[in-house]
Design a protein around this ligand. Structure first.
Ligand SMILES: C[S@@+](CC[C@H](N)C(=O)[O-])C[C@H]1O[C@@H](n2cnc3c(N)ncnc32)[C@H](O)[C@@H]1O
Length: 192
């Protein structure tokens, strides 16, 4: 198994995701890599969208799809909602990740948890805010190291606890070993 590095999600993010996973869970990530293997090892029904053929052979869960449109997004039609979505691609050189807004309504259902890496960047930060508002999810931002941030968007205890094995993410901030919470968004009403 390769190690965490600057291209992978930070280990602190995986520590947050891992307790949410159970075998057979329907999960999706954008941007394949180490995280794909970790989802595979957790026995999720996992799909990793990847645009770069160099990284497509890393796992059977990888779906090689070119980027199309502006902002760019994977040339792929969602087939079902997912229980957990990790947005970690396309890479910054390809453009903003806000192309996900073209398909997100077909991916999110009650209880879906959305995780965004790299929310220290303005585009990803804005996208996290937009998704939290769109689905009336609570947003918590975490710091990983001195520079990187990631965000977890989840519903209230009622809708999300079955994915969190009884521990909602919001209680993890009391755990000294967990990544530091840097911001909590207020609860919002659905916008649609
Ligand atoms: C942020 S990376 C995705 C990393 C993945 N989610 C993980 O945690 O391992 C986004 C994109 O960068 C590209 N990529 C992955 N590993 C790379 C590497 N070591 N060097 C250059 N590009 C890489 C792939 O095209 C991938 O879709």
């Amino acid at each position: 198994m390769p190690a965490f590095n600057d291209w992978t999600i930070p280990p602190e993010l995986w520590e947050m995701i891992r307790p949410m996973l159970r075998p057979g869970m329907v999960t999706l990530e954008t941007g394949s890599g180490l995280s794909t293997r970790l989802f595979d090892a957790a026995e999720c029904r996992h799909t990793a969208l990847e645009h770069d053929p160099r990284f497509a052979a890393e796992s059977d869960s990888v779906l090689l799809k070119p980027l199309v449109g502006d902002p760019p997004w994977y040339d792929w039609e969602p087939v079902r909602p997912c229980e957990l979505i990790l947005i970690d691609g396309p890479p910054q050189y390809a453009g903003s990740r806000s192309g996900v807004l073209r398909v997100i309504d077909r991916l999110v259902t009650a209880g879906t948890v959305i995780v965004l890496d790299d929310t220290n960047r303005p585009d990803e930060n804005q996208l996290a805010g937009c998704l939290a508002g769109r689905f009336a999810l609570r947003r918590i931002d975490y710091r990983a190291g001195s520079r990187r941030r990631f965000s977890i968007l989840a519903g209230d205890r009622k809708t999300s606890c079955r994915f969190w094995k009884g521990t909602v993410p919001f209680s993890l901030r009391e755990n000294r070993d967990s990544p530091r919470v840097v911001c909590r968004s207020p609860r919002r009403r659905p916008q649609r």
